[in-house]
Design a protein around this ligand. Structure first.
Ligand code: MG
Ligand code: MG
Length: 264
């Protein structure tokens, strides 16, 4: 069930989103060779604390036997999602690192992510970051009334593939509101005609309406799109160990252009 938000609720989500943006900005400023992903986690946690916001990832999902143990996810190089911050994961020159975080603030959630190079990175890595970030804005551009979630997926996928990269398929954006994960699912991949019969039960397109709030999050690989989960039951890696990048914003659908909630 898709929960539409009124103007006041969207305003509250904008506040939650702004705090997420501040936390991400603080991590961005700290990224350099020699920094551990644990230190980045502490930096984001402090920003949430200062704003009396509650980390959305820490302890998620509640009731699980293996809840996520940190405030951010930090995923390096061929890790695409859900990397667990650690004092022993030290960033080094040439790495790319994806930082994802979210918080609860006054009853609502914001969720956002970016990928950044550590020091000097290869031109191929730089191109991957640029294409993935631009793909997010291609998706945002398609997020308006009259379109459906599948139009977002197709636009992002087409953009990414036209630059020679691949979108990851098993993970998707999602509605965001009082909970971090609400309906609808917002994929960045849409099966072609030959796959449709086999995959249609996994893909449902939702018409976009003003008041919908959701995250768009292109996850892009420089290699094959297949992923696997590590033994920690969180970290998602590329099977072929290719570099991968991830950009995400939470936004609100309005009558015209959408409102990006997770920016400063
Ligand atoms: Mg996220
Ligand atoms: Mg998300």
């Amino acid at each position: 069930m898709i929960i539409l938000k009124n103007a006041a609720q969207i305003q509250a989500m904008r506040e939650a989103g702004r705090i997420v943006a501040r936390a991400l900005e603080a991590t961005r400023e700290a990224i350099r060779p020699g920094v551990s992903t644990w230190e980045l986690d502490r930096i984001a946690a402090r920003v949430f604390e200062q704003h009396q916001a509650r980390p959305a990832f820490l302890g998620y999902p509640s009731g699980s036997s293996n809840p996520f143990p940190a405030t951010i996810t930090a995923s390096i190089n061929d890790e695409i999602l859900h990397g667990i911050p650690s004092k022993t994961r030290i960033l080094k020159e040439g790495d790319i690192v994806s930082i994802d975080t979210g918080c609860h603030y006054q009853g609502f959630v914001g969720d956002s992510a970016y990928t950044m190079g550590v020091g000097r990175i290869s031109s191929e890595a730089q191109r991957l970051l640029e294409v993935t970030e631009r793909a997010l804005y291609v998706g945002i551009e398609a997020a308006r009334p009259g379109h459906e979630t599948r139009d977002i997926a197709r636009a992002v996928q087409h953009f990414v593939e036209s630059h020679g990269f691949n979108v990851i398929r098993g993970y998707a954006g999602h509605g965001v509101g009082r909970e971090m994960h609400e309906d609808p699912e917002v994929p960045v991949y849409w099966p072609g005609p030959l796959e449709w019969v086999r995959l249609r039960k996994y893909y449902r397109s939702a018409p976009l309406r003003p008041g919908m709030t959701f995250a768009i999050e292109p996850m892009v690989s420089a290699g094959h799109p297949a992923t696997a989960e590590l033994d920690d039951e969180w970290t998602v890696v590329m099977v072929d160990q290719a570099l991968s990048a991830h950009f995400e914003h939470t936004l609100a659908i309005l009558e015209g252009e959408p409102l990006i909630l997770t920016q400063l």
